[in-house]
Design a protein. Structure first.
Lengths: 195, 195
DNA sequence: GTCTATACACCGATAGAC
DNA sequence: GTCTATCGGTGTATAGAC
């Protein structure tokens, strides 16, 4: 039975976050009003404040959830024994995982400046933790003589930028499928680190 | 003699663009008001409309000017004879040129969605022209057997993403100087394309 | 839990005086 | 060329009814 009003807390909360994510990604955080989010959810603007104390916190929770899930997913990702296998796993994981959720990945790179200092620092710390995962692999490979890069920190940043860039041009149904893109990027990364 | 009012057209126009660029880069296009820009310039909000028909056009002109200057600067850049020398010139040029104007480069990547369809298309065309410059080099190198990449288009996107990413972490006075960064990235790019 | 109504500030853009 | 004043609209967030 449809009804216009009533208790929907368990449904509305996730819907608010989903619509906010979609709209923020599409138009930008500052360009989206709470009224627009409410309209997309199908409630009045005031009702949003049952689920978030304010607009910035809504953004922060989207980003924090994403970063924590990203780290957890990488921890759970199967990877081989050596540094080279780990590097290949990272490359394929990053392309695949980010490719599956372009909206929130986009937000994570574009809307950090709309966070206050504490919230910003919290997301930055999670991002650094993720970068450290890759740098640790590169250092191990370097130590084992299986990788040769001039600087592991710069190689880390270069590889992540390169992989994240896939989201800016990849389109489902385009010339290349996801698997082919993974293969090609792994080939370039492997060569770039002298493996 | 200082005076509060008078004719300053030749000075105010550039100042409006400079302050808009600074504020847009710092806070985001949608988050900056015309009143803020006016205050930074030292005029009243209404006076801005002597220099731009509206806010979006102000953004567009910043981006268009930047992209045209980027293309012109690359055309004027000295480069060697072969594809490998041209690739090295491109890598070093991109890092150096973008590193010198981080604000407008940031805008060019972040604020495209605030343009209307025609303005968006115009900037996209300029960006594609720049990407084509690199892809042409890669194709020539591939044809000459001096470069081996699985896909020149993907290699183009990967290299540009990787190089542009430098701006996200590079800080003047950090561990590495600009020249060292150029050297390191050129080393990684050279290896990535199998040269 | 959601609604209606609203407080209060700010928005982009324009008109007309000087 | 710049100012002051202002239009019509929208912003986030809250109060109180149900």
């Amino acid at each position: 039975m449809a009804r216009k009003t009533g208790s929907h807390s368990e449904i509305t909360g996730p819907r608010v976050r989903a619509e906010a994510q979609r709209l923020f990604a599409r138009h930008g955080f500052a360009a989206v009003s709470m009224r627009q989010i409410a309209a997309a959810v199908g409630v009045q603007a005031g009702a949003l404040y049952l689920y978030t104390p304010d607009k910035e916190t809504l953004l922060f929770q989207l980003l924090e959830t994403h970063m924590k899930e990203l780290l957890a997913a990488w921890q759970a990702e199967p990877r081989g024994q050596g540094p080279l296998e780990a590097l290949e796993a990272f490359v394929r994981f990053h392309i695949r995982y980010n490719g599956e959720r372009p909206e929130v990945v986009f937000l994570s790179y574009m809307e950090l400046r709309n966070l206050g200092p504490e919230n910003f620092a919290a997301i930055e710390a999670l991002r650094r933790a993720y970068e450290t995962e890759l740098e640790t692999i590169l250092k191990a490979g370097q130590a084992a003589g299986m990788i040769l890069v001039p600087d592991t920190k710069l190689a880390t940043m270069a590889i992540i930028a390169m992989l994240t860039g896939v989201n800016t041009w990849f389109r489902e149904g385009g010339r290349l499928g996801r698997a082919a893109v993974e293969d090609i990027y792994w080939d370039m990364v492997r060569k770039a680190v002298g493996a």
